[in-house]
Ligand binder design. Structure first.
Ligand SMILES: [Zn+2]
Length: 63
């Protein structure tokens, strides 16, 4: 994993908590275009994100 990959995965997890800036978005998109590893990583993270979102919904319903 290169430094660029580390940065890209950071941005991907950041994106779950808050909206990325335009600069962040474009650097992430640029990296995903050239890096197969991070594309796969992004897919997995999107899946985890959906699961986490569902868990949060369940918690809200219980309160
Ligand atoms: Zn990468």
């Amino acid at each position: 994993m290169t430094m660029a990959c580390k940065r890209a995965t950071e941005l991907m997890s950041l994106r779950i908590d808050r909206e990325l800036t335009l600069a962040e978005k474009s650097s992430l998109r640029l990296h995903l275009a050239i890096c197969r590893y991070c594309r796969r990583c992004e897919k997995q993270m999107a899946m985890l994100h959906r699961i986490a979102a569902r868990r949060r919904e369940n918690c809200d319903q219980q309160e």
